[in-house]
Structure formats: structure tokens, C-alpha cells
Design a protein around this ligand. Structure first.
Ligand code: NAD
Length: 262
């Protein structure tokens, strides 16, 4: 029996990367998936391959969520995956130099988008009395990241809002669960501007995961595997939890003497 048989799932930022992997994995487990992203054109190749509905949705737009609610008034699972670092153009968002516009642009997608996605989800799941909301936060939501301060703060907001949503739903007597996933570096197009395709690509990759105990990037399918578990009915007592998928990076501290080989 497929693990998500009969479930209607909405995934944001599903055109590529982690969102696309989640959409693929959900369909493979028998779910019906509504793929959403900024543009219908970007979604078309994957949606056509999977034979699923694609709808444009800018997660920071209240109007877009209202349109989604009209098109998909009820569902079982929402994955609030869409997110940006704000560093795509090589910007540095440290606490001294980030502009207010930089800060707000990141929070519009990551924080406002997750708030609106959770609100839509609660309303769309209430008629069914049950559901699963999966918020893709980050390991950056648990620790400070000086060069990506806006991103880190936004992912911390996602982590905390997940718990408010979980408690609210339980308090309402709803069997709607809400949990957050905290990946570390997962190899998706998000990293491409930083890696480039020059001869030093591998060196850059190695440097980026040098402090990760497992010394490699994660794969989008590894986030999708955990998302299947959360979307399924297999862990109905889990809500308000934060789950790391990070090669062990949050298990320890760089400040602790005596690392693996030192
Ligand atoms: N890749 C990583 O290393 C990593 C690590 C931790 C957390 N995450 C989080 O995982 C999620 C997915 O990341 P990814 O690596 O797949 O990124 P990605 O850049 O490869 O894909 C993100 C997708 O979100 C879409 N998107 C961007 N802004 C949007 C908006 N306003 N509305 C709707 N869609 C929008 C993009 O069009 C794109 O398809 C993000 O929330 C990210 O912060 C990623």
C-alpha cells in the first residue's frame, strides 16, 4: 500500500530542488500533488511528467494564497518549502551592512510565506479535522549565520512559528500536526551561484562541507524521505517537532576540543 494513498498535498517552490524532490516522492507514494511555484512555465516540465496540477503561487502574496484557496479549498498536507537566501546575487547580509530592503525581501518569502502557508493549511484541513503541515526551515534557523543574518532569522521564525501552529491546532482539538525540517547543505540549484562550474567547483564543494561531520552535501531525496514520513499517518503523535537532516552538524560544536581526527 503506498504510504500517501489518497492524500491531497500542496507543495510550494516545487519547480526545482528540494520541493521538486518532495513532489516526486509524494506522487511515487500515491499522493495527488498540487505543485506551486512562482511561474507556471517553470513548473510545467515536472507537473507534466508527474501528471499533476501546477498552479503559480508567490508565497509572499496574500492574493495568491486566496486564489489557491479557491482552487484547492481542502487538502491533507501542505509543505511550506519555498525559500530564498537573498544571497543569489553575491550580496552579504551581515548585521552591520544588510539593508532594510535586503532583510525584508528575505522575510517576505521565508517568514511571511510560511505564515500564509500555515494559515491556508489550517483552513484547508479544518473541514477534514486532520492534516500535516511540513515547514522547511534550516540548520540556519537554530544557529547564527553572520553573513546570512536575514536568512538565519527568517528560518528561526519558521522554526518557532511551527510550534505555535502545532499548539494552536492541538488546542483547537484538530488532528493537524505541524513540524519543521532543518536541513544543512543540500545540493540544489540554490548553491549554483556559489559553486560555479569552473575547475575549482569540487574544491569549493569540499570547503563548504568541511565542518560537516559526514563531510558531504545532503541530497534532496533525503529531505523528501523524511517529508513522506511526516505527511503519512505513521507518526500521528509527532507535532511541534524540529527534525535535523544535516550530516550531524548540529549534534556537536566546533568549539569542543578533540574533533573526529584532531
Ligand atoms: N539547499 C540547501 O542547502 C538548503 C538547506 C537548508 C534549508 N533549505 C531550504 O529548503 C527550501 C528549498 O531550497 P532549495 O535548495 O530547493 O532551493 P532552490 O533555490 O533550488 O528552489 C527554491 C524554489 O522556490 C521557488 N521560490 C522562490 N521564491 C518563491 C516565492 N516567493 N514563491 C514561491 N516559490 C518561490 C523558486 O522558484 C525555486 O523553484 C528553502 O526553504 C531553503 O531555504 C535549503
Amino acid at each position: 500500500m503506498p504510504r500517501l494513498d489518497g492524500k491531497l498535498c500542496v507543495v510550494t517552490g516545487a519547480a526545482r530542488g528540494i520541493g521538486a524532490a518532495i513532489a516526486r516522492a509524494f506522487v511515487a507514494e500515491g499522493a495527488e500533488v498540487v505543485l506551486t511555484d512562482l511561474s507556471a512555465e517553470d513548473l510545467a516540465p515536472l507537473a507534466d511528467t508527474l501528471g499533476q496540477l501546477a498552479l503559480p503561487l508567490d508565497v509572499g502574496s496574500e492574493e495568491d494564497w486566496a486564489a489557491l484557496a479557491d482552487a484547492v479549498p481542502e487538502c491533507d498536507v501542505v509543505v511550506n518549502n519555498a525559500g530564498i537566501t537573498g544571497l543569489e546575487d553575491g550580496a552579504v547580509h551581515d548585521p552591520e551592512h544588510a539593508t532594510l530592503a535586503d532583510w525584508q525581501a528575505v522575510h517576505r518569502v521565508n517568514t511571511d510565506g510560511t505564515f500564509l502557508g500555515c494559515r491556508y493549511a489550517i483552513r484547508a484541513m479544518r473541514p477534514r479535522g486532520a492534516g500535516s503541515i511540513i515547514n522547511i526551515s534550516s540548520r540556519s534557523g537554530v544557529v547564527g549565520i553572520p553573513a546570512a543574518a536575514a536568512y538565519a532569522a527568517s528560518k528561526a521564525a519558521v522554526r518557532n512559528h511551527t510550534k505555535s501552529v502545532a499548539l494552536y491546532c492541538a488546542g483547537q482539538g484538530l488532528n493537524i500536526r505541524c513540524n519543521s525540517i532543518h536541513p544543512a547543505a543540500v545540493l540544489t540549484p540554490m548553491w549554483e551561484p556559489m559553486l560555479g562550474d569552473g575547475p575549482d567547483r569540487q574544491q569549493r564543494m569540499d570547503a563548504l562541507v568541511a565542518d560537516t561531520p559526514m563531510r558531504r552535501f545532503g541530497r534532496p531525496e533525503e529531505i523528501a524521505a523524511l517529508s513522506i514520513l511526516l505527511a503519512s499517518d505513521e507518526c500521528p503523535y509527532m507535532t511541534g517537532a524540529e527534525l535535523t537532516v544535516d550530516g550531524g552538524i548540529l549534534a556537536g560544536s566546533a568549539g569542543v576540543p578533540g574533533g573526529a581526527e584532531e
